[in-house]
Structure formats: C-alpha cells, structure tokens
Design a protein around this ligand. Structure first.
Ligand code: ADP
Ligand code: F6P
Length: 461
C-alpha cells in the first residue's frame, strides 16, 4: 500500500494540542489517525533569515515533519498573499482583497522552500495530498524538483466564480499551478463548476467528455469530495463532556433557559456581525423569548496580524456590548461572547446542551461546526440547526432550517421557528441529517479522495 504524505500550512502538532481551531486540522488529523503517514507543513515558528531543516517528531503513529518560515517571507506569504488576497477573494470579498507583487513573490518562495524540504523525504510510490490555498503551487514545485509521485490537492475553501477570480492579478499563474496536480478536489459541485469555468475561460482548457480536464498541455481530474466528521466519535466525546465541571458550572448559570450557540474562528467570512444583529432582531420581534434564551458565541481570534481581523474583533466587541446594554435585565443577560478556544471535548459538550445552533457564514467551504453540532445531539431530544445556504454543508444537511444571513428578519424567523419546534419534528430533521453524516463521514472523504488519486496515472507531459 502507498504511504500517505499530507502537506498543509497548518499542522496540529502534538506538543501544541491537536485541536488548533480550523476545519483543516480537525479533518486531516481524523483522516490520518487511521492510515498513519507523514504530515508535513509549517511549524508555526518564524526562523531568523534562513529556514531550518524539517523537524521530525513521531506521535500517535504519525510522523510530523515541519519547517520554520523565514521571517522575511512569513509576512508576505501568510498574512499577505494567503490571508489578505486569496482568503477574501475565495470568500467573495473583493472589497477586502489586498494584493501586492511582493506578497505574491513571498508566497512563491515559501512554496518552493516547502517543496525543496519535502522532496528528499518522499518514497517513489507515496501518495502526496496537498491541502488548501496556501500551497497551490506545491505540485508544480515538487515536479520541478523531480517528483514523479501522484499528487492531489484539496481546497477547503470555496472556489470563486470566474468573474471574481479574474480580479486577482496573476490568477492565470494560479490556475496553471492547479493544473499541475493529478487530482483537484473541491467541497461542493458549485466549486467544481466554477473551476471548470475558470479552466475553460481563463486558461483555454477543456473539460473532456469523461470528466477529465485538459489544460496547459496536461490531462488531470477534478472532483467533489465533501469533507465530513466522525459522528460516532463526536457523540462519544459529547456525552461525558456534559458532565464535566466546566459544563456543569456553565449550565447552572443558564438555569433551564434555551441555549443558542455559535462556534467559529473570528473571521469576517463567518457572518458574525450579521448574526449578532439578527439575534437582536429576534429579541425585538419576539419579546416573549427575553429571559428564556441565552446566546453563547465562542469566537477564537485568528490571523490577528491581518488588519481586517483586528478591526472585526473591535466591531464585534462593541456590538455584543450594545446588545447586552440594550436587552439585559437585572436577572438576565441575553448573550455571552467569548474570544477563547476550548478543547474539542468541551466544545462537543457545549454543542450537545444547545437547543439551537446558529451557523450562518456569508461564505464557507464546508463548515464542520454544522456537522459537529448535529453529531453531538442527544438522539432523544435533539436541537435545531440554523444554516446559511452559503456554507458547503447546506448541500448535504437538508434537515437544517436554511436562513439567508444577509436578512436579519429571516434569521430571526428561523430562530423563532427553532425555539418552538416540536420534539417530533426535531427528531425527524436530526435523523435525516445523521444519515448523511454517517454516509459522508471523514473516512469516506479520505478514502474517496485517495482512491480517485490512486486511480490517476501521473501524466507528465
Ligand atoms: P474553518 O475551517 O473556517 O475554521 P470549520 O467550521 O470548518 O471552519 O472548522 C472549525 C473547526 O475548528 C471545527 O472542528 C471546530 O470544532 C474547531 N473550532 C472552532 N472554534 C473553536 C474554538 N473556540 N476552540 C476549539 N476549536 C474550535
Ligand atoms: O479551513 C480553512 C482554514 O483556512 C484552514 O486552511 C486553516 O488551517 C484554518 O482555516 C484556520 O486558519 P489559520 O490556519 O490561518 O489559523
């Protein structure tokens, strides 16, 4: 059997705790847990001028190989091109996209550095699986360094429609980089269709009758592989977590009120400002819920060196304060807003005790929290998921209440419907979603992708 080599910018190193927040690390760790292999990527450390050799650690049957980033390139690669240009672009926020040629050059240099550090670790029959927008040029660089292995790529974020993609200077170079893989995977059909369009319109390529793509003199495959969770493992974690001291203390404070929960990285793509305003609209339009519900929003700060993230944090703090000031009574506060991270176990406990989950991103590749919420529920008394149609998860979770995050009244109405939903309807919706979660679980994601990659033949031409 081929050895699996996973490459991603963020690596959940054992020493730092496996649960760095983010769907990518959650998904990859769960996928690698069963197969073993190498997880290669950034150590999270900044080196002086020169990046050091990869540091190798073994734990949990996995080999972690990580490199430090040179200080001069970190800023342009991570804060710059990856998170101030590609991230907003891929989430349809051209207004927030900030591109510089220097950042793009740093991005290219880091991708070359990663490829040069990885190449000597590869065995001839390895399957190499590269993840996410930080590392789009990896295959091209590995090929240049002599790699003959099959190399696949999975994009965790949305892939934007061509009209949006074309706003990025050098988008054609990124397209060419994507076409150097043997298999390119997306979360949804919408993303794949957008990629087809980009290849045809932006690279004069073609989608062949058998679904393969021809562009830049190569033929390769692209497909849809929705990332999943391990629903049984989540349920197993959630049940005892509810009895933990943290959860018991918290539950005493909410005293039988219905808990509404949001769990996200603090990111503008998650629609948190819209969500807070919709919650205020709910309390305004349906005042009978005042005193009866509590909204808990957990939002871990990420990418705090990117100016837009710092500005968002300030705005959200102010908005949460306004809502508390406007609606609180002496014996009731409407919402709790926490900028901290929790263990995955505690998070699953919070999800389980919540009667409603608000997962309302403005754009999201998948959104694993939506799936984790469903998996964590008590089958005898499940809660209700309110889901944005702009999350990849909405393509699968048809038992959720779908609400447009741009319409505060729609989200308020969804909250009211969820708060009043009968047990029978909650159970019916939950069972439908659980069936899908079990079918499209994390193992299916990994196996389907790797099977498809294994079936491709390296076409180097
Ligand atoms: P993204 O990849 O954009 O962050 P996802 O919803 O797909 O969004 O994945 C987020 C992952 O990070 C989930 O597995 C979730 O449980 C985890 N997570 C989110 N917030 C926290 C937090 N405050 N503490 C710990 N884990 C978190
Ligand atoms: O899943 C989307 C994603 O951007 C991952 O690529 C990333 O690891 C995660 O969210 C968290 O972001 P960051 O690595 O910038 O903290």
């Amino acid at each position: 059997m081929s050895r699996l080599v996973v490459v991603s910018n963020r690596v959940a190193l054992p020493a730092k705790g496996k649960q760095a927040s983010g769907g990518l690390t959650t998904g990859i760790f769960d996928a690698l847990r069963d197969t073993g292999g190498i997880w290669f990527g950034w150590s999270g450390e900044i080196a002086g001028k020169q990046a050091a050799e990869p540091k190798v650690t073994k734990a949990d049957g996995l080999t972690y190989a990580t490199v430090d980033l040179p200080r001069k390139d970190y800023e342009g690669y991570y804060n710059g091109f990856s998170n101030a240009a590609l991230w907003p672009l891929f989430h349809y926020r051209l207004d927030l996209m900030s591109f510089t040629r220097e950042d793009f050059a740093a991005y290219q240099r880091v991708n070359t550095l990663f490829a040069d550090a990885l190449i000597s670790m590869l065995h001839p029959d390895d399957l190499v699986w590269v993840h996410d927008y930080h590392l789009i040029p990896m295959a091209e660089n590995l090929r240049r360094a002599g790699a003959k292995q099959r190399i696949g790529f999975f994009l965790h974020t949305p892939f934007p429609s061509f009209g949006v993609l074309a706003a990025l200077p050098h988008y054609d170079s990124l397209l060419e980089s994507l076409c150097a893989y043997d298999l390119v995977g997306f979360q949804t059909n919408e993303d794949l269709t957008a990629f087809h369009e980009a290849v045809c319109r932006g690279a004069s390529g073609a989608v062949l009758p058998d679904g393969r793509i021809r562009a830049f003199g190569r033929t390769f495959r692209a497909g849809v592989f929705p990332i999943g969770v391990d629903p049984d493992a989540i349920a197993e974690m959630a049940v005892p977590a509810v009895k933990s001291r943290t959860l018991r203390r918290f539950e005493e404070g909410i005293r039988n009120r219905q808990l509404i929960i949001g769990v996200d990285r603090l990111d503008y793509s998650k629609g948190l400002e819209h969500r807070f305003k919709a919650f205020a609209c709910f309390l305004e339009r349906y005042p009978e819920n005042r005193g009866r519900v509590r909204f808990l929003q957990i939002a871990t700060a990420t990418r705090s060196n990117v100016p837009e993230y710092r500005a968002l944090r300030q705005r959200l703090g102010a908005l949460a304060g306004d809502i508390a000031g406007r609606f609180s009574e002496l014996d009731w506060t409407p919402m709790q807003y926490l900028n901290r991270s929790f263990s995955h176990r505690s998070l699953c406990g919070f999800l389980r005790i919540s009667r409603i989950a608000l997962v309302t991103p403005l754009r999201d590749g998948m959104n694993l929290v939506a799936k984790e919420y469903v998996a964590a529920q008590d089958p005898g008394d499940p809660g209700v998921l309110i889901l944005s149609p702009f999350a990849g998860a909405a393509y699968e979770l048809d038992g959720a209440i779908i609400a447009n995050p741009y319409d505060p009244d729609a989200v308020a109405e969804a909250l009211q419907m969820a708060a009043q939903m009968t047990l029978d309807e909650r159970c019916e919706r939950w069972r439908a979603m659980m069936m899908i979660l079990r079918r499209n679980n994390i193992t299916a994601w990994r196996e389907n992708f790797l099977r498809a990659l294994g079936e491709t033949r390296s076409q180097l031409s």
